[in-house]
Unconditional design. Structure first.
Length: 373
């Protein structure tokens, strides 16, 4: 079995699937790519039993074959080959021989029979969405996902579909991020005025966001009881879903009409001030003390080494003085996610959570719980 592929064709395919490969896979075969050639199409699959990505490309090869190859070794070899070079493949018994214009590499293979496939999914509902809109709502919310929390349903991103809206919500129990887009189309088996929820695992969200771009290209998404499936032009992305019930996030977002304190502030100035003083915050708690007064905010941090940081920021605020504490990193993350010059901070009192939004765009909302000072 012999065939040839231009490295300029092969490398982008490998880039799109390499992220799935785990450094410590549960099965030896999961450290390999599955490579299949069928009727002039090359398919390269990577899987970790939770996420599976298959990339395909049309090639001028008239044969049918399949084999596996160590993914990271294969990728590292290919990414260091010069552009435009033809890479020659030859399968000899249990070895794959790669030849370029100046080199030869022999890689071991494993039987394709041991390569697992995610359970075939039977689609229950479907919809379409432009790539850039899905990418936006994911980027606006993914940073608040929990990481290895015992409450496993928090280690992912909630997708909530309602009519033509897709809402993404994440929380780690100390903060919450919410965003939505109303750009869904071609809805199938999604009844009107009915809410449908799925939880997509953290790693799947990370890989999906890496694959998405800022184009208007339409992608098709299928949902089943246990799986999410997304079809790109030359890519199929499949992920298992988290089996759990996401908390009632609407109870966490403070109603705007009940927030008696509203602060308007320049987003960049506030973010820069918080970033500077965060250097001196304690590594474990990252606490910042915010002192609000008429048109003025004083942000303070201190640490066990008796070091202190203080920043003054001009704000638009008219009300009684109050003091409140937050995790400074949570505030900075929310400010980074907002794409407006000015932001609004809304609170009820010095013990309430803070609702952060852009001044005019409320398609994204961020809630940060207070800290005891």
């Amino acid at each position: 079995m012999k065939f040839t592929i231009n490295i300029d064709v092969l490398l982008p395919i490998l880039h799109s699937v390499i992220g799935v490969i785990d450094s410590r896979p549960s099965l030896a075969i999961l450290s390999n790519f599955l490579i299949q050639i069928k009727d002039g199409v090359i398919l390269i699959t990577a899987s970790d039993l939770e996420v599976e990505i298959t990339a395909n490309y049309n090639i001028d090869v008239n044969l049918n074959c399949s084999f596996t190859v160590p993914a990271k070794k294969f990728f590292d070899i290919c990414k260091n080959i010069d552009q435009g070079v033809l890479l020659n493949f030859e399968l000899k018994e249990n070895k794959l021989v790669l030849r370029s214009k100046s080199g030869r590499f022999i890689l071991s293979t494993l039987s394709v029979d041991g390569f697992p496939n995610l359970d075939p999914m039977s689609s229950l509902s479907e919809f379409s969405i432009p790539q850039k809109h899905l990418k936006l709502v994911i980027e606006n919310t993914q940073f608040s996902m929990a990481n290895q929390d015992v409450r496993y349903y928090l280690n992912g991103l909630l997708f909530e579909i309602f009519n033509n809206e897709l809402r993404t919500i994440s929380t780690d129990g100390h903060r919450l991020a919410y965003s939505f887009t109303n750009q869904l189309s071609n809805l199938i088996n999604i009844p009107k005025d009915t809410t449908q929820q799925i939880i997509v695992p953290r790693k799947a969200i990370s890989e999906l966001n890496r694959l998405l771009d800022d184009s208007d290209d339409i992608i098709n998404i299928s949902l089943s009881t246990n799986h999410l499936n997304i079809i790109f032009n030359n890519l199929k992305f499949t992920s298992k879903l988290v089996d759990g019930r996401f908390p009632d996030y609407q109870r966490v977002i403070p109603p705007i009409e009940l927030c008696s304190k509203t602060i308007i502030v320049d987003r960049v100035l506030l973010k820069q001030a918080l970033s500077r003083i965060s250097v001196l915050s304690t590594e474990k708690f990252r606490a910042v003390r915010l002192e609000f007064s008429e048109n003025n905010l004083v942000a303070l941090v201190h640490n066990p080494e008796q070091e202190e940081g203080e920043e003054c920021v001009s704000i638009d605020y008219h009300g009684e003085n109050f003091i409140i504490g937050f995790n400074v990193n949570y505030l900075i993350d929310a400010l980074n996610a907002i794409d407006e010059d000015q932001v609004s901070l809304k609170l009820t009192d010095s013990n309430s959570s803070c609702l952060i939004t852009g001044l005019t765009d409320i398609t994204s909302k961020y809630v940060v719980m207070p800290m005891r000072l």
